[in-house]
Design a protein around this ligand. Structure first.
Ligand SMILES: [Mg+2]
Length: 116
């Protein structure tokens, strides 16, 4: 199935069931994915990957509809801002690790303080 076909189906679901109903559906799907992930976090040995993947797919379908209901351009703008902030946090962490490695290699890590 192509991305465009998926969008057409999501638009059809909004026409058929209405925005309010599909917002409630999104809430339900968020809850179902939350439960599936909580099970995974609580007991990593008893993982139902198929169920988690199914709930991610359900949520993605409803999130696509939320993009259609609300301001897709604004969502994309906020997503870009959040990804930029995340990149800065990741890069800060990575730079800290590189600094630790450099200190370790120079022997300046202070022994126990070095976690490498
Ligand atoms: Mg579901």
């Amino acid at each position: 199935m192509t991305h465009s076909e998926g969008l057409i189906i999501c638009a059809g679901a909004l026409d058929r069931f209405g925005e309010k109903h599909q917002m409630v559906k999104a809430i339900e799907e968020m809850g179902e994915l939350t439960r599936a992930l909580c099970k995974r976090v609580a007991d990593a040995e008893d993982v139902d990957v198929d169920n988690i993947c199914e709930e991610i797919a359900d949520l993605e379908i409803t999130v696509t509809q939320l993009h259609m209901i609300f301001d897709d351009a604004l969502i994309q703008k906020k997503k870009a801002e959040k990804l930029t902030a995340l990149r800065e946090r990741v890069n800060g962490w990575r730079n800290g690790k590189l600094r630790q490695l450099a200190e370790h290699l120079k022997g300046d890590c202070g022994g126990d303080a070095c976690r490498l």
